[in-house]
Design a protein around this ligand. Structure first.
Ligand code: PEP
Ligand code: MG
Length: 324
């Protein structure tokens, strides 16, 4: 089977009835690009920049960040690279930042919340990204956006930094898409409003599921509630995708669900444009998608949206995909 998959490295990802979707990779460091290439990744759908900040005792400089972003953009040869700005807090700590201890770190001061407050940290990262933007196809993504006001503030800071660089004579791409992660239910519910202002969405199901089901993604005792196939989750995913398409925008997914064999048929049917996963899952997903009919998956997804439980959804996915 692995040998069969390997033949698909340079193939496009098209369904049996000719619909193209993009299979992208999640990466944490520039070194991960080897895996992306070897597995036929069509883009980087999530570059988790936290790793630049972790495992050290001070913040990375603008220059260090610039070099890392440039390496990834050049390494991808003009293919899209979605870079997520700093998503620290929750399960990811930075000892040298001396952040307050919180009762509920996952509901606390993290990610974009921290960046909008500690703007010197945020601005350094944005400058490094803007300077690197001329070396490839950069897209910038803000994590943990809960309100439109947060997005507007983050975008305004980005625009300010861009103007400062440009007026100082630094080259910056004028073609950078700016999008958000959808990982908080309020943002999924209000996706129609966000879609007018963002260039793209990427659904972060790892967090979206935990916040929708109110079940800590690290807590074994409540892991039975961590249900990617729950119709409640599928309906949120649908709202986001439909809202983006109505505005001519695109939606990706960079949570674990995007590379899951049972979820892929549903996501295809819901109209997801880009699937971003660990590089080692890409060839298997491409092989699977090439065997599926988009039209059949649309029907499957429509049925799933009307079901009551995750178990029913899973049974239906299996019935439809194994019947072929
Ligand atoms: C997510 O929440 O789905 C996601 C991709 O981000 P992380 O796993 O880094 O929180
Ligand atoms: Mg997340």
């Amino acid at each position: 089977q692995k040998a069969e998959w390997a033949k698909l490295v340079n193939e496009k990802t098209v369904t049996a009835d000719g619909e193209h979707v993009e299979l992208a990779a999640n990466i944490g460091t520039p070194d991960d690009l080897t895996g992306v290439k070897n597995n036929g990744g069509e883009a980087v759908g999530l570059y988790r920049t936290e790793f630049l900040y972790m495992g050290r005792d001070q913040l990375p400089t603008e220059e260090e960040q610039f070099e890392a972003y440039k390496a990834v953009l050049e390494g991808m040869d003009g293919k899209a690279v979605v870079v997520r700005t700093l998503d620290i807090g929750g399960d990811k700590e930075l000892p040298y930042l001396d952040l307050p201890n919180e009762m509920n770190p996952f509901l606390g001061f993290r990610a974009i919340r921290l960046c909008l407050e500690e703007q010197d940290i945020f601005r350094v990262q944005l400058r490094a990204l803007l300077r690197a933007s001329v070396y490839g196809n950069l897209k910038i993504m803000f994590p943990m956006i809960a309100t439109l006001a947060e997005f507007r503030r983050a975008k305004a800071i980005l625009e300010q930094e861009k103007e400062l660089l440009v007026s100082a004579g630094t080259a910056v791409s004028d073609d950078i898409e700016v999008g958000i992660m959808v990982e908080i239910p309020s943002t999924a519910v209000l996706a129609d409003q966000f879609a007018k202002e963002v260039d793209f969405f990427s659904i972060g199901t790892n967090d979206l599921i935990q916040y929708t089901m109110a079940a800590d993604r690290m807590n074994e005792q409540v892991s039975y509630l961590y249900q990617p196939y729950n119709p409640a989750i599928l309906r949120l995913v649908k709202m986001v995708i439909d809202a983006s398409h109505r505005e001519g925008k695109w939606t990706g997914m960079c949570g674990e669900m995007a590379g899951d064999e049972l979820a892929i048929p549903l996501l295809l049917g819901l109209g997801l444009d880009e699937f971003s996963m660990s590089a080692t899952s890409i060839l298997q997903a491409r092989s699977q998608i090439r065997g599926l009919s988009k039209q059949d998956m649309v029907e499957l997804a429509e049925k799933a949206l009307e079901m009551g439980t995750a178990e029913e959804v899973v049974a239906e996915v299996k019935r439809v995909t194994e019947a072929k």
